[in-house]
Design a protein around this ligand. Structure first.
Ligand code: SF4
Length: 661
């Protein structure tokens, strides 16, 4: 019997219409756990390095994590892995909601989709019955509308449906995959799904998931429950409100947006609005938010309620809003009315587009127009007011009409297609992907490493357990470290105690490059564990003092799966998957030169220090100076076959250096 996992994949060949239920090798779980780990392995084994995003060979993997479907709180992430049309690298956006548990209960750990369907279809998975069904009648339908139509058509009100909207069908590079309470948004999963001609995946499952040692697991969960209750009633003092608790940033619970609105750069990551949070704006925004919210909601088996069902003031139709999407369209367009954000996000969700990247792309177009690079001809028929202009541009992008066809590839590619100096306006992409629009004064060495090196590319999902800034006073630091049970090693407490907002022990030279390497490695490791288990980062890697951490994860994994995993073993497993992921991207051409934030990311840059940071981090990770894992490191992680492959391709020479050294 298999524990925690089902032990089966669903393999679907869309070209042949072939569906297979395939038993998986338990050894793979021992080596990579599940979720992201086993998905990366699958891509390494099956996707040749020359494969492009829209090639038949680009496999789309829909994956649960090892703990999905168990009683572990917040184990509800569904991961999509594929070669991204935007970055050209292996992407893994994920969504919360209810899909992954349902898939486990239907009896599958992953759906592996290859090739393309000749016509638009949707998948219907109902325990052992799996069908590829015609979806031509759903062409052009909204991502949320499609979910309702499929549930009605199947007469399965409890089915969980992940769907794309028009943007995905049209292969817009920022197209998302939407599911009633969440979405997998980054790096174009919706475009890959659309390219394969899959409108939606519907699933209903009624089987069981087994625990190896159920009583032990539940007793461990009692401790987790106790901690959640404690933290919910004891917010961390002296940090910004959204970081004081647990769960994904509580944007929908809190109305105070002073920090986001005044510290981020708006428009096309261009303007900092230092006085935005005036009394008037605060009153308007608070009122708009409280009026629009119908109720706060959670994902599957999570007590935190960090999303909200909101009713669009225009149409009255309801959709889920969460996190930073609450304000990105309003701020990017310089429309100071939060109701505008509620209205346009409803349309954007039906189209199925990423609410981090898309507003920046629209603002980029407006900037180019104002600079005379795009002309009246490109904007023919576009309203002149800010709101109307954003709606018009969003429609063009989703339909790939006129200038929208170029913008639909994202800022990096659009800038190069448009030319005439537009490249200079591409100032907020890393690895061809729009970043969070946050540009600050002084280089932050920890963020420098996170922005530059993580395979997720999306910054908000890399940062985590280490404070984002130094506490002003010694007393505050001592209070913070006092009950910091989550640290893997007490030296991290010392780093916090010594870290000053100003002076010798402040950024950019403190934490030192070695300390920064240790900090970033720890935070990244936690994200990789969450992503292998299917746990929401809001309860593990993303927040400051989460209920899940390196000390209780091994016990939970062991009790759930029956594997005997300790802390060292768990670190080795996720390091293995993380290095395999890096090698996969190295095989696709990613090198040191790609690992850099945009030039204007901080006003004050320190080129020598930045090089030292990168070199120190690479060394710490066991990578060569071009960011490729060395043979020694790979062998240590039982990845000798990867070293061989990299050597054969000339990416590694003499086990360490490569062709560019
Ligand atoms: S913390 Fe929020 S995003 Fe995470 S699982 Fe819970 S409700 Fe969902």
């Amino acid at each position: 019997m298999r524990y925690a996992e089902t032990g089966y994949h669903l393999e679907i060949d869309l070209a042949r219409g072939n569906i297979e239920r395939v038993e998986t090798d338990p050894k793979l779980t021992e080596l990579h756990l599940g979720g992201l780990g086993t998905s990366v392995k699958l891509h390494w084994d099956r996707v040749p390095p020359e494969t492009e995003a829209f090639d038949d060979e680009n496999i789309l993997t829909v994956s649960t994590g090892l703990l999905n479907g168990t009683p572990a709180y917040s184990a509800n992430r569904t991961l999509f892995t594929f070669i991204s049309p935007q970055s050209g690298l292996l992407a893994y956006p994920m969504m919360g909601g209810f899909f992954s548990a349902e898939l486990k209960y239907a009896g599958y750990d992953k759906i592996v989709i290859r090739n393309k369907s000749p016509k638009l279809v949707y998948l219907w998975i109902h325990n052992d019955k799996v069908e590829i069904r015609d979806a031509t009648h759903l062409k052009g339908k909204g991502a949320l509308e499609t979910q309702d139509l499929i549930r009605e058509e199947l007469k399965q009100p409890k089915a969980q449906v992940a769907a794309i909207g028009l943007a995905g069908e049209n292969r817009v590079f920022t197209a998302s995959i939407e599911q009633s309470r969440s979405s997998a948004s980054r790096l174009g999963g919706g475009a890959v799904m659309g390219d394969k001609n899959i409108k939606a995946i519907a699933v209903r499952g009624t089987k069981d998931v087994y625990l190896a040692r159920g009583a032990e697991f539940m007793s461990l969960m009692d401790e987790v429950t106790e901690y959640i209750n404690f933290r919910n009633t004891n917010p961390i003092p002296d940090v910004m409100t959204i970081l004081s608790g647990i769960g994904s940033p509580q944007e929908m619970k809190h109305t105070d947006e002073k920090w986001h609105t005044e510290n981020f750069m708006w428009g096309n990551a261009r303007t900092r609005r230092r006085d935005f949070w005036s009394k008037d704006n605060e009153a308007n925004w608070t009122n708009a938010q409280l009026t629009a919210i119908q109720r706060l909601i959670s994902c599957f088996n999570c007590p935190q309620q960090c999303g909200a069902l909101v009713a669009s003031p225009d149409s009255g139709s309801r959709y889920m809003m969460k996190c930073f999407g609450k304000l990105t369209y309003a701020m990017a367009s310089y429309v100071d009315d939060l109701n505008f954000n509620f209205r346009i996000l409803q349309r954007a969700t039906e189209y199925g587009v990423d609410s981090f990247s898309t507003p920046q792309i629209l603002a980029f177009a407006v900037e180019l127009y104002e600079a005379g690079i795009l002309t009246d001809k490109d904007f023919e028929g576009c309203p002149s007011d800010k709101e109307g202009r954003f709606f018009w541009l969003l429609d063009r992008v989703a339909h790939r009409e006129g200038i929208g066809d170029i913008l639909a590839d994202g800022v990096y590619y659009a800038a190069r297609k448009i030319g005439k100096g537009a490249e200079k306006f591409d100032h907020n992409t890393i690895k061809k992907h729009e970043q969070l629009p946050l540009k600050l004064g002084m280089l932050d060495p920890i963020y420098y490493l996170m922005y530059s090196t993580n395979e997720k590319i999306s910054i908000t999902q890399i940062e985590g357990n280490f404070p984002q800034a130094a506490f002003p006073t010694r007393e505050q630091r001592e209070a913070f470290v006092r009950d910091w049970i989550q640290v893997p090693d007490d030296r991290f407490k010392q780093y916090v105690l010594e870290w000053e907002p100003r002076g010798d022990k402040s950024i950019p030279y403190f934490p030192t490059p070695q300390m920064c390497s240790e900090i970033v490695d720890w935070m990244e490791m936690l994200h990789n564990i969450d992503d292998a288990l299917g746990i929401c980062a809001g309860m593990g890697s993303f927040c400051l003092k989460p209920p899940y951490h390196i000390h209780n994860y091994p016990k939970l994994i062991s009790a759930a799966s029956g594997m005997d995993v300790d802390e060292a073993g768990l670190k080795k497993i996720v390091n293995r998957s993380r290095n395999l992921h890096r090698a996969f991207n190295n095989r696709r051409g990613m090198r040191r030169a790609d690992e850099k934030p945009p030039e204007d990311h901080w006003k004050r840059r320190f080129p020598e220090l930045e090089e030292e940071l990168l070199s120190t981090y690479y060394k710490f990770k066991g990578w060569n100076m071009n960011g490729v894992p060395t043979k020694e490191r790979l062998i240590e992680l039982d990845l000798g076959y990867v070293a061989e492959d990299l050597e054969k391709r000339g990416i590694l020479k003499d086990g360490e250096n490569n062709e560019e050294n």
